[in-house]
Design a protein around this ligand. Structure first.
Ligand SMILES: Cc1ncc(COP(=O)(O)O)c(C=O)c1O
Length: 443
């Protein structure tokens, strides 16, 4: 239940202020325009065009620091799948976070900025030989084993002793969208907790591998602490078994990411400080009871670090009035598939001009050939909205630019960073020439 369900009038009025739970920390509202990093969004549109994603560097850095502070003594690994570019990898490195990579492309970006190998965690449920080879050549700190067959494959490739964790599914249903629930048995990631003993035995039997810990990832957009607490206890059970049965101490308890953030006013968010505090207490307690050494806690937040740091800017192209008012913009499911994939909800706001028109409910759609290409449904916008206007969508930093596709041969948007009154392009807008460059047929 969100605030808008409880107070329906919120749904039809345009907020006079920015909801700072949704917008980047540097966002200000003046004369109908929002500024980020002290630059009006309208100026950024003039410089970079639309659609464009604008990332507030300081917002990302501040959230990295807040995590490090909350989990001091533990490890925070940024889940790069949420959004990665060379600059982001550098920010994360400078803020002393670790990096979770799960594809050869993410690894390539990490290598490109010389991300310290010992702070890289390698994930993936289908790690190709090429991916494993590149990771081992770079000397990645830890590889998270996702299935039995990976055990001999990694052992065969490793030239020096490779540190590994085993990912288990702790059977914790974290009450999230089915496509985001990865802590339950009936999904494709990790090993069922019931077969973990077997996997542990096999890893310990490989002289080329060093088992350093256990991993789980419960899913995404989790707003309660309890699922993490249950998972921690289940993994600590296993860690105690390993100590008892094999005399081996596991030093890492990796509880994955999935920390929920708000997308619309009133949405709940996970209290990260409370989570850290609770997990520390649980680990201390359980380890004392079981007489085992306290492992270091690792978390792998992605969305909760970058999700609120970016705003997507779209230009209104066409407006259709009918049963519903449809506002078509120059982006859509090719740069933000989340509404179509998970029914994700968003808000948007007119920027670049002041409007005193009454609010009206409008549905913002993309430019793709699917009725499901809806970016935001029934949101309040000024009744005088017209083609050429610019709409800004907050909470656009995670799993949007990162998930962007070329559907309809769309050119993926630019990603721009702002910081202290300056802006710079992180990823340039794709061009038709980029798309044609891959087409190998003769002209
Ligand atoms: C293993 C693992 N860790 C961390 C994450 C990050 O999740 P989130 O961005 O929801 O924090 C994911 C997301 O899929 C994941 O699979």
């Amino acid at each position: 239940v969100t605030l808008t369900d409880l107070i329906p009038s919120l749904r039809t009025s345009i907020p006079a202020r920015l909801d700072h739970a949704l917008w980047p920390q540097s966002a200000t509202l003046r004369h109908g325009d929002v500024a980020l990093g002290r630059i009006p969004l309208a100026d950024l549109v003039d410089t970079y065009g639309t659609p464009t994603y604008v990332v507030d560097e300081e917002d990302v850095r501040t959230r990295c620091r807040a995590y490090r502070h909350a989990f001091s003594g533990g490890e925070v690994a940024y889940a790069s799948k949420a959004f990665l570019s060379r600059a982001v990898a550098e920010w994360v490195n400078q803020e002393a976070l670790s990096l979770d990579v799960s594809s050869i492309g993410e690894l390539a970006v990490a290598c490109c900025v010389n991300f310290p190998a010992d702070r890289i965690l390698l994930h993936g449920n289908a790690k190709t030989p090429e991916f494993l080879r590149s990771a081992i050549d770079y000397g990645v700190g830890r590889i998270v084993i996702d299935c039995m067959s990976e055990i001999p494959r990694i052992a065969a490739l490793a030239e020096t002793r490779q540190r590994v964790l085993i990912r288990v599914t702790p059977n914790v249903d974290a009450d999230t969208h089915v496509a985001l629930a990865t802590g339950i048995a009936d999904q494709q990631f990790g090993l069922p907790i019931e077969s973990a003993h077997d996997a542990i035995r096999r890893v310990l039997g490989q002289p080329g591998l060093e088992l350093v810990g256990l991993h789980c990832h419960l899913g995404s957009q989790i707003t309660q602490i309890e699922p993490y607490e249950i998972a921690a206890r289940r993994l600590l059970d296993l860690i105690a078994d390993v100590r008892r049965e094999h005399g081996v101490t596991l030093h890492e308890l990796n509880l994955g990411g999935g920390h929920g953030i708000p997308y619309v006013t009133g949405d709940q968010e996970l209290d990260v400080t409370a989570l850290a505090k609770r997990l520390r207490a649980v680990v201390k307690d359980e380890c004392r009871t079981r007489s085992i050494v306290e492992p270091r806690i690792t978390v792998e937040p992605g969305r909760s670090i970058v999700g609120r740091s970016a705003v997507a800017l779209y230009r209104v192209i066409a407006i259709k009035h009918g049963i519903r008012t449809f506002v078509a913009v120059d982006g859509g499911m090719s740069d933000n598939p989340r509404p179509a994939l998970y029914g994700a909800q968003y808000t948007m706001r007119l920027v670049g001009r002041v409007s005193h028109a009454a609010p009206a409910l409008m549905t913002i759609v993309g430019q793709h050939c699917e009725a499901g290409d809806i970016l935001a449904r029934d949101i309040p916008l000024p009744d005088d909205l017209r083609p050429g206007d610019v709409l800004a969508m907050p909470c656009a930093g995670a799993y949007q630019a990162a998930m962007a596709s070329n559907y309809n041969l769309a050119q993926r948007p630019a990603v721009v960073a702002v910081h202290g009154g300056m802006s710079r392009v992180l990823l340039r807008r794709e061009t038709a020439a980029d798309l044609l460059a891959r087409d190998m047929s003769p002209r």
